[in-house]
Design a protein around this ligand. Structure first.
Ligand code: EPU
Length: 420
């Protein structure tokens, strides 16, 4: 398993470009299953999770080609398997996203239940209940969700809680259903809107994405298109925090400042000067130590759970006491235990991490436990004294494209070394 060796203490300075959003690319690639025409998806990041969803599509019979600009063309005209096997789902829970499109187009899908996860229980009951309200017959057998339907029919679905992939799955299921589907208490994440824009470009009739009520008027079929995925707001936020923690100054290009308001407000509260343009953000923290901030994770547009670990790392070296309250997942503080090993003064009380900032973290060997936790550890390594070794960085590679290359471009000193 590869490791990252991070020599800390350098302030980050310079500019880099942000990649396409992982959490928009995955549902969009799954959404290609709704048509037998070729669909081209552009600005897809080169990540392990993207490789997994492509492998999943290929295992079902998709023809996938990548051109010299890394645009991905998917031809789903010959889907012979309507199954997402355990071997792939266990490596990436987002594989569940093929459930909606498969049932919508083919009336059948066998998708492995994802099982437990490092950050919480993460059940998929709302995906299943929604499909049942649309007329699907669903059995759970041998660890698989087996869904069967003639044509799905439109339904009025009120989510018990806000679920991002649940909203996306049912939105895709509704595209080819008979009649209108209304999703209430729907997720408002920008990635949901991006998926809706993509589906509409294919010929779907979706309105209201980005609000809590999404309406999908079922159509008889959708066709091929070409679509560019929106920039990754979490990658953007991660590099902004990296600059803030190292007293640096960076400009991030090809991003979308509109999607990051809650994060930018907290960075300003921490003392950063922020300037934004149409597709760039500049953060200046030159020579300053961040002030600790209080954050509370909630569905969009509030503060994202996927930025929580990075802010835990920042609070660990900030001035004063800061709290991080996690309300979306029940077990998302694994990074705190590793940060403590780097000298952080953080205690966990229920779903809150209370941190008293220390002047300097000290390097230590640490272990990544999930994607965003590992991002938090990389940031801690950048600000720490000495050489931090982050193990199990396959987690980082699931969600950050060329992370060491981008950070080194900003002046960091990071090396990837092969492990055993
Ligand atoms: N939930 C249920 N039942 C369901 C679905 C969700 O109880 O049927 C609960 C979950 O257990 C959780 C809460 O609802 O407590 C919210 O989960 P959600 O369904 O919104 O999460 P997700 O769709 O599985 C996506 C992202 C995550 C991100 C969350 C929250 C993708 C592929 N994944 O997950 O991204 O943390 O939304 O914003 O879009 C990451 O990129 O590192 C990542 C984990």
């Amino acid at each position: 398993m590869d490791k990252l060796l991070i020599r800390g203490g350098t302030r980050l300075e310079g500019e880099i470009s942000i990649s396409g959003a992982k959490n928009a690319s995955l549902p969009i690639l799954a959404g290609t299953l709704l048509t037998s025409d070729t669909v081209t998806v552009c600005n897809v990041p080169h990540l392990n999770d993207v490789t997994t969803i492509i492998a999943l599509l290929q295992s079902m019979g998709a023809m996938v080609t990548v051109d010299d600009k890394l645009n991905i063309a998917v031809d789903n005209s010959d889907i012979s398997e309507r199954c997402a096997p355990y071997e792939l789902v266990k490596t990436m829970r987002a594989s569940i996203l093929v459930l909606g499109p498969l049932v919508s187009r083919f009336g059948e899908a066998d998708v492995s239940l994802p099982g437990g996860c490092a950050i919480g229980a993460r059940p998929v009951n709302l995906h299943v209940q929604g499909l049942q309200s649309m007329g699907a017959d669903i059995k759970v057998e041998n660890g698989y969700i087996r869904a069967r339907a003639d044509r799905l029919r439109g339904a009025h679905i009120v989510f018990d809680m806000v679920t991002v992939t649940g909203t996306e799955n049912l939105m895709m299921a509704a595209v080819l259903a008979d009649g209108e589907t209304v999703l209430e208490n729907a997720a408002r994440e920008p990635e949901v809107s991006d998926l809706a824009n993509f589906l509409n470009k294919m010929g779907a009739k979706i309105t209201g994405a980005g609000s809590g009520t999404i309406r999908i008027e079922g159509v008889d079929g959708v066709g091929g298109t070409s679509y560019e995925v929106l920039p990754d707001r979490i990658e953007t936020g991660t590099y902004l925090v990296a600059a803030a923690m190292t007293g640096g100054r960076v400009r991030l290009k090809r991003t979308s400042p509109d999607c990051l308001e809650a994060v930018l407000v907290k960075l300003q509260e921490a003392g950063a000067s922020i300037a934004i343009g149409d597709d760039w953000i500049e953060l200046d923290m030159t020579g300053k130590r961040p002030r600790a901030v209080d954050i509370r994770t909630l569905p969009y547009p509030a503060f994202p759970t996927d930025m929580q670990a990075q802010f835990c790392a920042m609070n660990a070296t900030a001035e004063g006491v800061g709290t991080v309250t996690e309300t979306v997942f029940e077990n998302r503080f694994q990074h705190v235990l590793e940060l403590q090993r780097m000298g952080a003064d953080i205690r966990i009380e229920g779903n809150m991490a209370i941190s008293t900032g220390v002047e300097r973290l000290t390097a230590a060997p640490v272990m990544a436990t999930d994607l965003r936790a590992s991002a938090g550890l990389v940031l801690a390594g950048l600000a720490a004294e000495g050489e931090t070794v982050v193990d199990r960085i396959y987690h980082v590679d699931r969600g950050y494209e060329r992370i060491e290359e981008k950070l080194n471009q900003l002046g960091a000193s990071i090396r990837r070394v092969p492990g055993f």
